[in-house]
Design a protein around this ligand. Structure first.
Ligand code: ADP
Ligand code: ZN
Length: 221
C-alpha cells in the first residue's frame, strides 16, 4: 500500500507516519529527513538542500523527485511506502503518479492532516527532535514533553531544535505550503484517494489518537 502524508508543517506528518510505519511494516520515506541527513554529512546534496531549507523554501522539484525515485527503487519499498513530506507540488505529484504507474502501482490513500493555523506555529517552535539519526523521535515541550528534560525517552540521546524551526522560517514554510502544496488536497480528492483528519489540541486529538483512527480506516479500504 502506498500512503501519502499531506499537511502543513507542524501538523504531525512525521509522528503519525512513524506510528503507521511500525504498525503496517512498510517504510516511512521522509524527504525532510533525507535532506537533513545529507546536510549533517556535508554532501553536495546537503549543501544544496540547506541553501533552500534554511530560508524556508522548497528544494527544487528535479532534485527532490530524483531522490524519491531512487528511494522507491530500494528493495524494502516493494510492498509499499509511507511518503512523509512528498509530494509537495503538483509537478512532484504528477511525477510520482508516473513512477508508480511504471511499476503497476498507484497512490492508495492520501492522508490530509489539518491543524488550525494558530496552533501550527506554536507546535513548530516547541518541537524538539532526537539527535540520534536512527531514532528521530519527535517531542513537543508543551504537548508531549520528554520524561527527562533534553533527553529522548526512547534512546536517551540529546534532544535538539531543528535549525528551520524558528519563527521567521516557519512563516515562509507556511506560505510555501498554502501556495505550492495545498492544491494537492484537491488533486487527490479528484483522484478519489483523499482522507482528511483533524489534528488539534482544541479537540484533544493529537498524533497517537489520529494514528489509531487512520489505522481503523485503513482496514475498511
Ligand atoms: P515540515 O513538514 O515540518 O516542514 P519536513 O522535514 O517535511 O518538515 O521538511 C523540511 C524542509 O525540507 C521543507 O521546509 C523543505 O524546505 C524541504 N523539503 C522536504 N520535502 C520536500 C519536497 N517534497 N519538496 C521540496 N522541498 C522539500
Ligand atoms: Zn531517540
Amino acid at each position: 500500500m502506498n500512503i501519502i502524508m499531506l499537511g502543513a508543517p507542524g501538523t504531525g506528518k512525521g509522528t503519525i507516519a512513524g506510528i503507521l510505519s511500525g504498525e503496517l511494516g512498510i517504510p516511512q520515506i521522509s524527504t525532510g529527513d533525507i535532506f537533513r541527513k545529507n546536510i549533517k554529512e556535508g554532501t553536495e546534496l546537503g549543501k544544496l538542500a540547506d541553501s533552500y531549507i534554511s530560508k524556508g523554501q522548497l528544494v527544487p522539484d528535479d532534485v527532490t523527485i530524483k531522490i524519491v525515485e531512487d528511494r522507491l527503487n530500494q528493495p524494502d519499498a516493494k510492498n509499499g511506502v509511507i511518503l512523509d513530506g512528498f509530494p509537495r507540488t503538483v509537478v512532484q505529484a504528477d511525477k510520482l503518479k508516473e513512477i508508480l504507474a511504471n511499476k503497476g502501482e498507484k497512490v492508495d490513500i492520501t492522508i490530509n492532516l489539518v491543524t488550525p493555523e494558530e496552533e501550527l506555529i506554536e507546535r513548530i517552535v516547541n518541537r524538539r527532535v532526537c539527535s540520534n539519526q536512527e531514532c528521530k523521535a519527535v517531542y513537543n515541550l508543551v504537548l508531549h514533553p520528554p520524561k527527562v528534560e533534553g533527553k529522548c525517552d526512547k534512546c536517551g540521546s540529546e534532544l535538539i531544535t531543528r535549525k528551520d524551526d524558528n519563527v521567521e522560517t516557519v512563516k515562509s514554510r507556511l506560505e510555501q505550503y498554502f501556495t505550492a502544496t495545498s492544491p494537492l488536497v484537491e488533486y487527490y480528492e479528484k483522484e478519489g484517494v483523499l482522507y482528511t483528519e483533524t489534528v488539534s489540541q482544541s479537540i484533544n486529538k493529537l498524533g497517537e489518537v489520529v494514528a489509531k483512527e487512520i489505522l481503523e480506516h485503513l482496514k475498511e479500504i
